[in-house]
Design a protein around this ligand. Structure first.
Ligand code: ZN
Length: 210
């Protein structure tokens, strides 16, 4: 059999899809390693049960450098949960693993609680061979949801809060565009547009922006 060409799959929207893909790889008797960010204290990783009854959980890792050390030379499939919590070193690492012939499956949020692109995730999505963007179900109205609602004491969080909160008493739920709320959001709801609008520009410069 020819050596695998390698591939990078990025999943956003539903963590179940990563588990499904890992199960498939195990069923095909591939050597699989599953990791998650050690920052991820919000959810317990679901244990992955395989066809022969083996159950294992994602190994918590605190940096891309640690992750690099933990991946074994003969691992064919590297799966990463909550990839948005890693440092930017994860970008080159995922790309290199795929170039080496491995299958990289990275799952994470592509938007932060404000509905803005999450850190380096747009770059990871661009580097991917395949992007699987799924929608959850809105916790309020039951329609397809692509936003993450942050709630603090049951109330929508404020735009100026940090993107990543560790150990705070906040809660998250999936919401559709209509039900997604961010307190004190700028009127046009987009940082980049706001910056562009506040900088005096010639028509020529503006055209270059779009
Ligand atoms: Zn809704």
């Amino acid at each position: 059999m020819p050596k695998s060409a390698g591939t990078m799959i990025v999943i956003t929207g539903k963590s179940e899809e990563l588990i499904r893909q890992v199960r498939r790889a195990l069923y095909a008797r591939k050597k699989v390693q599953v990791f998650k960010s050690a920052l991820d204290t919000r959810w317990d990783s679901a244990a992955i049960a395989t066809h022969n009854g083996v159950r294992f959980e994602a190994v918590p890792v605190s940096s891309s450098a640690d992750l690099e050390r933990l991946v074994e030379p003969d691992t064919e499939v590297v799966a990463i949960e909550e990839v948005q919590f890693f440092d930017e070193g994860i970008l080159a690492l995922c790309d290199r693993w795929a170039n080496e012939g491995r299958t990289v499956i990275a799952a994470g949020l592509d938007q932060d609680f404000r509905g803005q692109p999450f850190g380096f995730m747009p770059i990871l999505l661009a580097l991917a061979d395949e992007v699987i963007k799924l929608r959850a179900i809105c916790a309020r109205c039951g329609q397809p949801a692509s936003k993450t609602q942050r709630l603090v004491d049951g109330r929508p969080a404020s735009w100026d809060e940090p993107t990543i909160l560790i150990g705070a008493a906040e809660r998250y739920e999936a919401r559709c565009r209509r039900c997604h709320r961010v307190l004190h959001a700028p009127r046009n709801g987009h940082r980049r547009n706001r910056r562009a609008a506040s900088t005096p520009q010639t028509v020529e410069q503006q055209e270059r922006l779009f």
